[in-house]
Design a protein around this ligand. Structure first.
Ligand code: HEM
Length: 420
């Protein structure tokens, strides 16, 4: 059972004690006023001793001190300056442990980053996406057709997880009957001991080794057959990635599994929630299905499935008069930038026909900008097209349960009822 905890009001905490990375803020969906205060009073904020409200401890050893960048344009300038702000050794606040490192290109700098990114890029190139579109639509239709009507069920497990897992199986050409393994590995990869997913770090390593073993079998089959357009085949045949170390292969698999899974999954749930919270927007959509193409990026802004990316300063640098030192951790809070009233009009409102809906930070910017952004857009567009063809209303029946993380901003469950 979750502990009941009291979250103090953002304006009652002394500025220097504010820790925006405290997962309890996200679990309880109360981080908004914290970020609003930081944007107004301390947009480049130093948190010296990250305090964890739920466990009543300082995370000195685990994450240590870090900077928070909370304004849209400042985030953009950090994200596009990879010469000063490195993605190594990690893009979350947690540094890799020495006994289990899984290098992945999201946490690499050039030139290695660029080489590996290039190898996976073709799988999400427009031509390949077009090839996948029919299958994605068919699988979406099957999932929607199988849903119960006029009774309450969990949207997260029945739709969001099921669809994103099927999509991943398509990308990897992964045995379809084993696809639930992908969901499990995705959850395990981002879990922390005791959070309900895994009990210990050792359990995490064991399960991820199983993942590596499974994918190594697939690699060995594909490397000896004709090159195809699935991700494993592409990595196995590309001269630049063919000789990856096993842990590097695992790292990049985890990147693609998590990148393509949690994020789209939580956008699928976020969209349902956003439309229910703004019934006038739902009505607008019912009257004009063409708005789906501008609603999808708005869902992705509103949800911001990855709340932040972290960088490490390679040299001393000043932002807004604050002196960031070489080696300091710097966190770009996309979730805050996406609500920056100086750049986005009415940022706290969900508006499906915004003029510039793609004006958001959810996919990042610069050399690490999300590889899968067009794929994510396409999946969500297909989902909403098929929903609107079938159902008059998908009604939220209770509170969502939110993930206990300040990195993956998402949902564990959302009770809904389909009204035909
Ligand atoms: C709504 C869905 C998604 C969101 C919000 C999202 C968000 C992000 C963000 C914030 C980054 C880092 C950007 C930066 O550091 O500047 C990223 C990178 C990445 N994403 Fe996504 N992503 C989504 C879907 C996907 C999908 C479907 C895939 C799978 C193909 C994917 C694969 C990747 C990869 C491989 C990277 C690393 C790129 C690099 O380091 O060069 N993402 N994504």
């Amino acid at each position: 059972m979750d502990k009941k905890i009291e979250i103090p009001d953002a304006y009652s905490v002394p500025l220097n004690k504010i820790n925006p990375a405290d997962p309890a803020l996200f679990k309880n969906n109360v981080m908004w006023s914290y970020f609003e205060r930081l944007r107004k009073e301390d947009p480049v904020h130093y948190c010296e001793r990250p305090y964890d409200i739920a466990d009543d401890v300082f995370r000195d050893e685990e994450i240590g001190p870090f900077w928070s960048i909370t304004k849209y344009n400042d985030i953009m300038s950090v994200d596009t300056n990879h010469k000063v702000f490195s993605s190594e050794p990690a893009i979350t606040l947690f540094d890799p442990t020495e006994d289990f490192t899984t290098p992945m290109f999201i946490a690499m700098d050039p030139p290695k980053h660029d080489i590996q990114r290039k190898a996976v890029n073709p799988v999400v190139a427009p031509g390949n996406l077009k090839n996948m579109e029919g299958l994605i639509r068919e699988r979406t239709q099957n999932v929607l057709n199988s849903l119960p009507k006029n009774e309450t069920f969990d949207w997260v497990s029945k739709v969001s997880i099921e669809l994103t897992t099927q999509m991943l199986a398509t990308l990897f050409d992964f045995p379809f009957e084993d696809r639930s393994k992908l969901t499990r590995w995705s959850d395990v990869a981002t879990a922390r001991p005791g959070d309900g997913v895994i009990e210990t770090e050792e359990q995490r390593y064991e399960e991820l080794y199983e993942c590596l073993e499974y994918f190594t079998k697939l690699w060995n089959e594909r490397v000896n057959s004709e090159p195809k357009t699935d991700l494993i085949s592409m990595l196995a045949h590309n001269p630049l990635t063919r000789n990856m170390e096993p842990m590097e292969y695992l790292g990049n698999l985890i990147l693609l599994i998590v990148g393509g899974n949690d994020t789209t999954r939580n956008s699928m749930t976020g969209g349902i929630l956003a439309l229910n919270e703004s019934p006038e927007q739902y009505e607008k959509l019912r009257n004009n299905h063409e708005l789906i193409s501008s609603m999808v990026p708005e869902i992705i802004r509103w949800q911001t499935p990855l709340a932040y990316m972290r960088r490490t300063a390679l040299e001393d640098i000043e932002i807004r008069g604050k002196k960031i030192k070489k080696g300091d951790k710097v966190v770009m809070w996309y979730v805050s930038g996406n609500r920056d009233e100086e750049v986005i009009e009415n940022p706290n409102s969900f508006i499906i026909d915004r003029e510039r809906p793609r004006n958001h930070l959810s996919f990042g910017f610069g050399i690490h900008r999300c590889v899968g952004n067009r794929l994510a857009d396409m999946q969500l567009e297909i989902l909403w097209e098929e929903i609107m063809k079938r159902f008059k209303n998908i009604k939220v029946m209770g509170e969502p349960e939110r993930v206990n993380s300040s990195f993956v901003k998402g949902y564990l469950s959302l009770p809904v009822k389909i009204i035909e």
